[in-house]
Design a protein around this ligand. Sequence first.
Ligand SMILES: [Zn+2]
Length: 598
Amino acid sequence: MLKNLFLAFVIAVFNFLPLLAQDISSPDITTAEIKKHIYYLASDELKGRYTGSEECLTAAHYIENQFKSYGLKTAFDDSYLQEFPFVAGVKLTKNNSLEFLSGNKKITPKINDDYTTVSFSGKTNINNKLVFAGYGISAPDIDYDDYAGLDVKGKVVLVLRDHPEMNIPHSKFDKYAPLRKKSVVARDKGAAAIIFVNRFDPNNDNDELLTLKYDQAGAMDDFGVLNMKREVAEKLFKTQSINLMNYQKVIDDSLKPAAFIFKNVNVNLSTEVQEIEKISWNVCGYLEGNDPELKNQYLIIGAHFDHLGMGDQNSLYTGTEPQIHNGADDNASGTTGVLELAQKIASEKDKLKRTVVFVTFSGEEEGLLGSAYFVDHMPFPAENADVMINMDMIGRLRDKSLIVYGTGTSSDWKEILKKDNTDSLELSFNDEGYGPSDQSSFYAKKIPVLFFFTGTHEDYHKPSDDADKINFEGEKEVLDYVYYVFNSIDDTKEKPDYLLVERKEPEKMPSRKVWVGTVPDFAGNVDGYKISGVSEGGPAETAGLQGGDIIIKFGDKKISNIYDFTYALADYVPGDVVEVVVKRGDEEKTFQVKLGTR
Ligand SMILES: [Zn+2]
């Protein structure tokens, strides 16, 4: 018994060893390869593949090596890599200074210690009078105007941050308080610069300066924005024989503005914030078609390979310790899709009619940066592209439910998609060509698109989006399906037509400045913006919204889809309180959401 068992063991080991050593490489789409690619791309070694990082380049080289081994041709002369520039952040140049002259007395605050220039400040050089403009709020509709009767033309206004009713939740002043809002008001009144000072708060005596953080929105042209410590402001008030704390208290208690022009005080200041430009990479290779006519037409298969690194402003992680955002589903899964399809299609390249372009992008998470650059610098003319197939988050197939965007962008798509669904996937179609991933960049160039997606989940944009949560079998099913769809498109004789699906989205990616903390649910066709969840501690959760809610009204705007929602958001700034109506089951509920920022 024992001997036999031992023998069985020996045989088992001998049978197994060659398997271990064996290369798993196969021209077919296999779960073993899917697993291998995802485990590598989503490994801690690649630190979340942050756009422009060393690890992003390592991932690009990995993809490049795979492309090379499949025999793809290089898309850019002798290279698979395409470099593109992007704004990675902001920094202050040497041209930032601040000085107050009161009679023959100088007050010179130190940069970073006593004051700082704010990230969205424009470039300025100003020598003019100083004006105290209370809270910097001009709101005649609530009968409060710090600028009433005040001439601030060309001058520098000093204002308190927040508003006089900070102890009241949902104050009517809330929406006038954000820094950007107050800066725009000051500029529109003719001021040359604004200096923010923290107000006295009996509950919070923190007087720290703002950190310099790029908010992915443009800077203000020729208008200076600064943040100064209260200590310095108190010295300035002293030159007018005024006690700042008492003065603020009078405004807060009476809700009566009390602005004034400083007597005998001149400000000398300059501001300059510089955008930090960095380089990141797309990876692209192709296989030439065989049909003498159709080989001049292109089928593009793509996915983004970047993710959030250690977490950035798009992270939904609420912990304090930075963590690697491995991004296994988002989007090691789609990148792997490109690799597996490239390998499979390359093994049958003699069958190809059209030329196939395989491309992976970075910069997607920062606003479709890589694909936007790619479509403007394509190695072939955009009008020759017949389809762009995008895969973003295809690793979490549940109940065989697969979402396909772009189904209305060519009249051929629906028939092909239904015919090729031999594995009975539960398909939900969304006609729109614009959506939350790289296919948008191609659709904007009038290229029909298809976007495959297995849906959002609670690990979305969190460090917990890990490889062990991927449904590898499910991803193989998705890729087999995409492969059939790809072949059917290549088999069409005519160029697939391009259809315009009416666009409800603003021209540019919406600013990410305002944060609501809702996780979109892209599945199904609902009238409204359906959310699959809310970010922990975010504005939506705080207000009482929950997963499954369908937002149908945002402020005075009716919401029919996610674009209406992002569009409506553009009218607000962080700190605004908005009335939000949702459908929850058969009920309609109204919530007050105080918008945040990340
Ligand atoms: Zn993402």
